[in-house]
Design a protein around this ligand. Structure first.
Ligand code: NDP
Ligand code: A1CAB
Length: 270
């Protein structure tokens, strides 16, 4: 597929997506990246993209099939008016900004603009992201396929119709990698506390999380069954899980509060 792309914001998430697109045969010469942060722009330039510091420098002959908005939600409203002309002339707008509602884009670009609100996560950098996409009614089948193709370059894709779910998606899979990274940190610290040298504790925590992640994805068994497979009657895992699965103080209620807090913040950002 030959697509022209305008990426607005080449920070952590923008860069994670760029690598995947270029590996997925999007010609970097067909990607224009806007970012005022010269360090972040340098990454895009190194990948062979056309990089500019401001929208005013967009080449006049460049007409993007897709504009991906990857700037912070706090500034997104300021940047939208710049791209109205593209949206009016048929460019698909894909926003990954947490919280920002499709209605915000329709207000800025006109009600018939084609807009997809998407939520990726940083494992996109290693082609293992989870991306949930929610289109407005003006997205054509061709445009939907363009977005689907782009997002499949960086991970697994789910489409939803109900935009109301996007805040919970953000709280679970958008923010989720951070919860898992923190789990690695906490397991490492706990291993050190239990007497392991730090280097070994880091290796054990990282490989255990990565290995369990690979197994839960590849196995036909559910996560619950895989957990049971580790748990010998009256053994070590049972002793550990008695703490972790405590109904009041265990990971279950804590994770519920964690995802709820992130979901509420996503709503607030909108
Ligand atoms: N990080 C993540 O895991 C995820 C992030 N998101 C969403 O992605 C978006 C970007 O997040 P993230 O990559 O973490 O943020 P970053 O701050 O890492 O990246 C944003 C980039 O946009 C640049 N920028 C600022 N103003 C403009 C402008 N007017 N035009 C173009 N670029 C501009 C910033 O420059 P400067 O540094 O100078 O401000 C920065 O380089 C957010 O909306 C976030 O909600 C979604 C899913 C996951
Ligand atoms: O923390 C944030 O707001 C962004 C959105 C999802 C992940 N990072």
């Amino acid at each position: 597929m030959s697509l022209s792309l305008l990426l607005v914001g080449s920070g952590k998430m923008g860069q994670a997506m760029l690598g995947g697109w270029i590996d997925h045969q999007v010609d970097p010469a067909n990607i224009v990246v806007i970012d005022p942060n010269s360090e972040n722009l340098a990454v895009a330039l190194k990948l062979g993209c056309r990089g500019i510091g401001a929208a005013s420098e967009i080449p006049t002959d460049f007409k993007p099939d897709v504009i991906v908005l990857a700037v912070k939600p706090q500034i997104i409203s300021d940047v939208l008016p710049t791209f109205r002309a593209y949206a009016e002339t048929g460019s698909l707008v894909v926003s990954i900004a947490a919280g920002t509602r499709i209605a915000t884009f329709e207000a800025a670009f006109g009600e018939t603009a084609a807009v997809i609100r998407a939520m990726p996560n940083t494992p996109a950098a290693v082609h293992q992201g989870m991306i949930v996409c929610c289109p407005n009614p003006h997205v054509s089948l061709v445009q939907k396929n363009h977005c689907d193709w782009l997002m499949r370059a960086i991970g697994s894709v789910a489409w939803i119709e109900d935009e109301g779910l996007m805040d919970a998606v953000t709280g679970l899979s958008g923010s989720g990698p951070a919860y898992v990274f923190y789990m690695v940190e906490a397991m490492t610290a706990a291993g050190v506390q239990a007497g392991l040298p730090e280097e070994l504790a880091i290796q054990l925590a990282q490989e255990t999380v990565a290995g369990a992640g690979a197994l839960v994805r590849q196995s036909d068994e559910t996560a619950a069954q895989l957990r049971k497979n580790v748990t010998s009657p009256n053994g070590t895992t049972a002793a550990g899980l008695e703490v972790l699965m405590n109904e009041k103080s265990g990971l279950g209620p804590l994770m519920e509060k964690t995802v709820a807090a992130a979901t509420i913040r996503s709503k607030e950002l909108g």
